[in-house]
Design a protein around this ligand. Structure first.
Ligand SMILES: Cc1cc2nc3c(=O)[nH]c(=O)nc-3n(C[C@H](O)[C@H](O)[C@H](O)COP(=O)(O)OP(=O)(O)OC[C@H]3O[C@@H](n4cnc5c(N)ncnc54)[C@H](O)[C@@H]3O)c2cc1C
Length: 488
């Protein structure tokens, strides 16, 4: 099932229009069926394959590995009433639905096949700035928030890439290069959520005072599980005048091993004001370790000795940004091929709580295929200030989020990427320093995924899920939803 449809069509080299014609011929749109019955009642907000250009745009998702699993239609709610209507009609006609905010899910769960339809929140993208809070609709992206805050004295903890959507990101926890110094994950900054219940019957609010169980679950319990999140109100932080970004480069295997060893040794001593993302690249044709140090003018003194202790063979001139939007736009381009939104990819990762010398050696010496990147995103700092059970996100003791990002253009490359990602994942697990995997790096190949994503919080999460969106009821469900027994 995985990728098979995509590959059939990519291999045949079918033009998108020809593909859509095929879809039209074979789909229930011309027959009866539940999706057709749902469409009949949602035509005023629906885009169908009969409008090829609009449909082509409407079904786009970040990872094209799943983008040819074409839904019967895409509904674009204009308000909460439309969302309720979509869910009620889906329920009544027994039609599966998937919700899409930014469409960045690595495993394609914000789309569905021709038996179902997508509720795209693209038109619900308002950002409302109050004094020290900001209310954001789920269909906005982080760039919208950064842009709205750039003229204020505040900054939000949000995605490193401005194009990433609010909805899926925050429901999975959401880390940022500001997380360590500015209060933790994006979900830790959430003051309240508005959600349409999965059966479309009602709109509820979740906060520390209302529906506390749901509030806990929405902070890291994962997208698509409890209902359709409409908006979130976030606490924002006073913003520094400047964001500073310096890159440290280690050009040989020996240098890379040395760099990783020093990071491993100092892992628990880095000041929280320093964010130090690392990457090992295969695509320059030689092994390169890069360390991207991010801090603010307020914290410049606090981070200097740590940066010096890393003994970088090459250090780039610091880049200084006054606009957070501009900074995140530039920062998100740091790995070249990543985040292009045009190539099928596979991402597999696990969070680690230490980086022992044996693992530093393994990573420095492992042969990385040219289409792969190993990334280590800095965790710890204020993320660890919150207890493991304070929200549904359980991986609080992690120091790094490690993952392989691999792109592929043909089945042979796909096999190579999957094999490499799995081999490195297994090596990290065997090293004994791995915790679980991050639910926002959703992975259809992950075994025992419920425990892996949610750890000790899984039993409580299953109970809350059962209350708000029980398995077997309604239409908002997917393979790896909380409580599902599906295994790859
Ligand atoms: C380029 C890129 C950069 C990234 N950078 C970061 C980063 O800096 N930090 C980080 O923590 N993660 C990052 N991620 C991972 C990211 O958090 C997840 O991909 C996340 O799912 C994206 O949210 P979305 O709204 O775009 O996703 P979508 O694909 O729209 O949704 C993801 C899941 O949530 C569900 N969902 C979406 N909206 C709602 C809603 N309103 N209510 C209920 N369910 C919903 C979907 O059905 C799907 O199951 C990145 C991903 C990419 C592709």
């Amino acid at each position: 099932m995985y990728l098979s449809k995509s590959y059939r069509f990519i291999r045949r080299g079918l033009h998108q229009k020809a593909f859509l014609t095929n879809v039209l011929k074979s789909r229930k749109l011309h027959g009866g069926g539940s999706a057709y019955a749902a469409l009949e009642q949602l035509r005023d907000i629906a885009v169908t394959p009969e409008q090829p250009e609009l449909y082509h745009d409407a079904v786009k998702i970040y990872n094209p590995a799943y983008s040819l699993e074409q839904p019967a239609f895409v509904a674009f709610p204009k308000n909460v009433e439309d969302i309720k209507r979509c869910l009620k009609i889906a329920d009544k006609t027994n039609t599966p639905v998937a919700v899409k905010s930014g469409g960045h899910c690595f495993a394609g769960y914000s789309t569905t096949d021709s038996d179902g339809f997508v509720i795209s929140l693209k038109n619900l993208n308002q950002v409302h700035v109050q004094e020290s809070t900001v209310t954001v609709q789920a269909g906005a992206c982080w760039g919208d928030v950064y842009s709205a805050l750039d003229d204020t004295d505040y900054v939000a903890v949000g995605g490193c890439v401005p194009a990433v959507g609010i909805g899926g990101y925050i429901l999975g926890g959401g880390y940022s290069m500001l997380s360590r110094a500015y209060g933790g994950l994006a979900c830790d900054k959430a003051l309240s959520f508005t959600m349409v219940k999965a059966d479309g019957s009602n709109v509820v609010r979740a906060s520390a005072k209302e529906n506390e169980d749901l509030f806990w679950a929405l902070k890291g319990g994962g997208g698509g599980n409890f209902g359709v999140m409409v908006d979130v109100t976030l606490e924002v932080s006073p913003r520094p005048k400047q964001f500073i970004w310096t890159r440290l480069i280690y050009n040989t295997t020996d240098q890379s091993e040395q760099g990783l060893r020093v990071v491993g040794k100092n892992l628990h001593n880095f000041p929280k004001e320093l964010n130090l993302d690392m990457a090992l690249h295969g695509y320059f044709g030689k092994k390169t370790l890069t360390l991207d140090a991010v801090y603010s003018d307020v914290h410049e003194d606090a981070v200097q000795s740590s940066l010096e202790s890393l003994h970088p063979p090459v250090e780039t001139q610091p880049q200084v940004f006054t606009s957070f939007l501009q900074f995140s736009t530039e920062y998100s381009k740091r790995h070249g091929f990543v985040h292009q939104e045009v190539e099928p990819i596979y991402v597999k990762g696990v969070m680690i709580q230490s980086l022992p010398p044996s693992l530093a050696k393994y990573f420095a010496h492992v042969e990385i295929p040219p289409e792969c990147l190993l990334e280590f995103v800095h965790m710890g700092g204020d993320i660890a200030r919150h207890s493991v059970t304070s929200t549904a996100f359980p991986l609080r003791t992690a120091q790094y989020s490690y993952y392989t990002y691999g792109r592929f253009h043909n089945p042979a490359q796909r096999e190579e990427v999957l094999k490499f990602a799995t081999t490195t994942y297994n090596a990290v697990r065997e090293s004994g320093c791995a915790l679980g995997s991050y639910v926002n790096y959703m992975d259809r190949h992950l075994k025992n995924w419920g425990k892996n994503f949610y750890g000790v919080n899984y039993p409580r999460l299953c109970e809350i899920k059962d209350k708000w969106n029980p398995l077997g009821h309604g239409s908002l469900h997917f393979q790896q939803e909380v409580g599902s027994s599906w295994e790859p």
